[in-house]
Structures are given as structure tokens and as C-alpha cells.
Design a protein around this ligand. Structure first.
Ligand SMILES: C[S@@+](CC[C@H](N)C(=O)[O-])C[C@H]1O[C@@H](n2cnc3c(N)ncnc32)[C@H](O)[C@@H]1O
Length: 387
């Protein structure tokens, strides 16, 4: 499969088992399953089966469990899975994921601010977020990099080098109390530095002060760099006179440079201004096929997820809906020259009588997925293989 996008129509429970055999094991799964809200969307989103709440949750978990188990079998050991969910089922999903993937493979429960204005319908709080549960297939072998190039801010690098590059000072001393001369013996040694010239060395020189790593309260600490690393990169270090809690002292700092591939750790609250909102997602879909789906995800959300995995990842979304994941994969490849491929699966669930999608001649949700992925292939590129 060379195309960036592949669409498979059918119930995911039937389609999942053979996927890895046909397309290879997948690197990344993203799904946005029905939230079990009981709302009347363009697709069935209510596993109530009687009116007791408990039955409703049990029915939803019974629907999800075999699908997650089958998905796990299609994943590489280094793979990760991201699942969108809201308050209705987040507690049940978390326990189910612990069961299927193992608690030790839990990576994060991210809060995603998809409705910044907050839900105005009904009583109570104006809910403005939902969740992403993130698990590794095997946390020890996972290649997920929980950082992004997008979130790096120039303002965090206030200093400018002679060549115009921006940087910031980081203490060379390890500020984590877990590391001390007992736990990291080889990293406790003397350095020589001159606060006038800024020069740093592992051997004494004219005018240099002798510097040992200490915490703010004067207790012995350790450096973050080994002696050989300091000898290799002395120009990336600077000696300065600083005012600490115990008065003035001479200390050593790393010049931490801003560069193109610079990444920043992702935190666990993702704002609509960073990843988009349900409103911007509706607008994106409207632009490419029309207002034919009520609750698409913004491509920005999926692109941030894609950024945590290698640029040649095989991606799978088996609750594809309007095809946002396939769209995001194409946009990301076009932007960074990546070779990601995406398999989208959706059932031929009938769209609602009288809905925009039905009026637009799209009689099933699979028709919606196909329509969008065809439009993506035509406008962004990468082709589409349909099954
Ligand atoms: C919440 S929507 C996904 C929306 C999607 N993330 C987007 O941005 O458009 C869930 C989708 O799962 C589909 N679905 C539900 N049960 C399914 C099943 N058993 N097999 C395949 N697709 C299913 C529904 O038709 C619906 O389109």
C-alpha cells in the first residue's frame, strides 16, 4: 500500500483481525469511539439497552473490549494508542484500557479543551473539555516521544549568542534532589571557572575559581554533565557570579540553544488555541465536503498526536467517522515530507433521515468518510485506496 490513505468499509470487529497481515503491524492507533451520550447524532451513539445506567455502561464496555483487544493484536510492540472520550465513559474506559493494555503501559490522560466556550445546554457546569487516554503497547519498547516542535516558544530563550542564535542558561548542577554524591558518585567533581571571562574547564587555569556542585542550601549536589562531556563542549558552558540564598557565589551554566528541531515536552492540557476546537473542526469539514457530520475532531489535534510518533508511521483509526485522521495524516505528510500511511475503518451506519449528510446524498457514515478522503486526495494529495 503506497497511498497515504486507505478506507475500509465495515464493522471494525470484522475488519480488525486481518489488518496487520494485510498492511503490516501498525505504529499508532487513534480512535474516537461513540461516547454513549444517548444523543441523536448522524450515527448511533447510545448503548443504553434498557434504561439502567449500569447496563448502559456495561453494554458500552462489552462493545469496546473485543475491539480494543483485536486492535492491540495489530500493533507493533513499539506502538501507542490514543483514545478520545468524554465524562460519560472515561472512568470505564480507563479501567478497560488498564485491563487490555496493562496499567504499566498507561502514558497519560490528557485534557483536551475542545469546547472553549463550554457547553451551554442543560444545567450545571459548562463543560469545556474531554480526554485522550494514551497507552503504549509496551511502555518499555514504546517509541512515542511526548514532545513537540510546535510548542517551543522563542521567549523561553532570552539570550542571543554572537552569531545571532538564541539560548538560555540552565544550571549545570542537577537540581533534582534524587541525584546527589551518593546516588551519582562520578558526577560530583570540581570544575574551574572564571566569572570575568565566563571560561569553564575541568582543570585549573589562571584566575579560575574552584567550583563544587551544591544545592541552594549548601548541601553537596552533582553536575548533569560528565567530565569528558565538559571537556568536549566547554564553549556551551559559562561561569557566572550569582546571588543565591547564601549570598554571592560562582556557578556554572549550560548555554541551551534554540534550534529548528528543538522539541518541548507536551503537557497534559491541550488548549483549543493550540489544537483546534469542535467548531474549527466543523469548519474544516465544511470547507472540504460540507456540514455533514456533527462532532468531527480538529485535524490539529490529530497532527499533534502524529508528531509524537515517527514520520513513517502506519496509523489506524477504526472509528473513522468523517475521516479526520486520514485528513490530518495527509496534511502532516505534505507539511513535513513524511511518509505516514493511514487506514480508516467505518461501518455503513445509515445517516439520519433529514440530516445534512442524508440531504447531501450521503446515506451512510462510510459515504461521509469516503467523500472526505477523496476530497483530501484531490486537494492535499497522497491518493486513496478504497475497500
Ligand atoms: C465519534 S465518531 C468518530 C468521529 C471522527 N473522529 C471524526 O473526526 O469525524 C464514531 C464513529 O464510529 C463509527 N462506528 C461506530 N461503531 C462502529 C463499528 N462497530 N465499526 C466501525 N465503525 C463504527 C460511527 O459510524 C461513527 O462514525
Amino acid at each position: 500500500m503506497q497511498e497515504w490513505n486507505t478506507f475500509i468499509e465495515g464493522d471494525n470487529l470484522d475488519m480488525l483481525p486481518g489488518l496487520a497481515a494485510t498492511y503490516g503491524p501498525v505504529d499508532l492507533v487513534y480512535i474516537d469511539p461513540p461516547y454513549n451520550t444517548g444523543n441523536d447524532f448522524a450515527y448511533r451513539d447510545d448503548f443504553r439497552n434498557g434504561d439502567a445506567k449500569k447496563t448502559r455502561h456495561l453494554a458500552w464496555v462489552a462493545m469496546m473490549r473485543p475491539r480494543l483487544e483485536a486492535a492491540r493484536e495489530q500493533m507493533k510492540d513499539s506502538a501507542a494508542i490514543f483514545v478520545s472520550i468524554d465524562d460519560n465513559e472515561v472512568a470505564h474506559l480507563r479501567l478497560l484500557m488498564d485491563d487490555v493494555f496493562g496499567e504499566q503501559n498507561f502514558l497519560a490522560q490528557v485534557v483536551v479543551n475542545l469546547n472553549p466556550k463550554g457547553r451551554q445546554l442543560g444545567r450545571g457546569f459548562a463543560t469545556s473539555h474531554e480526554y485522550l487516554l494514551v497507552y503504549a503497547r509496551d511502555a518499555r519498547l514504546s517509541v512515542l516521544d511526548a514532545s513537540s516542535t510546535e510548542t517551543v516558544v522563542e521567549g523561553d530563550f532570552p539570550l542571543t549568542g554572537a552569531d545571532g542564535r538564541r539560548y538560555r542558561h540552565l544550571p549545570l548542577r542537577n537540581t533534582n534532589k534524587k541525584f546527589n554524591p551518593v546516588t551519582a558518585r562520578t558526577l560530583h567533581f570540581t570544575i574551574w571557572g572564571d566569572p570575568e571571562s565566563g571560561r569553564v574547564a575541568t582543570i585549573p587555569f589562571e584566575g579560575a575559581h574552584e567550583i563544587s556542585p551544591v544545592f541552594g542550601d549548601g548541601r553537596p549536589a552533582v553536575w548533569r554533565w560528565s567530565r569528558p562531556l565538559i571537556d568536549r563542549r566547554p564553549d556551551d558552558l559559562v561561569c557566572r557570579l550569582i546571588k543565591g540564598r547564601m549570598g554571592e557565589r560562582v556557578d556554572v551554566f549550560q548555554k541551551d540553544w534554540l534550534h529548528e528541531d528543538r522539541r518541548k515536552k507536551l503537557n497534559t492540557i491541550w488548549l483549543a488555541e493550540e489544537v483546534g476546537s469542535t467548531d474549527t473542526a466543523v469548519a474544516e469539514l465544511k470547507e472540504i465536503v460540507g456540514h455533514v457530520f456533527e462532532s468531527p475532531k480538529p485535524t490539529g489535534l490529530i497532527r499533534r498526536i502524529l508528531g509524537t510518533m515517527p514520520a513513517d508511521a502506519l496509523v489506524l483509526d477504526f472509528f473513522a467517522g468523517s475521516g479526520t485522521t486520514g485528513h490530518a495524516v495527509a496534511l502532516q505528510n505534505a507539511a513535513d515530507g513524511g511518509s505516514r500511511r493511514c487506514i480508516s475503518v467505518n461501518s455503513a451506519e445509515p445517516t439520519r433521515e433529514g440530516s445534512n449528510s442524508r440531504n447531501a446524498g450521503l446515506s451512510t457514515v462510510a459515504d461521509i468518510t469516503r467523500a472526505r478522503l477523496r476530497a483530501v486526495a484531490a486537494t492535499v494529495g497522497g491518493g486513496l485506496s478504497e475497500h
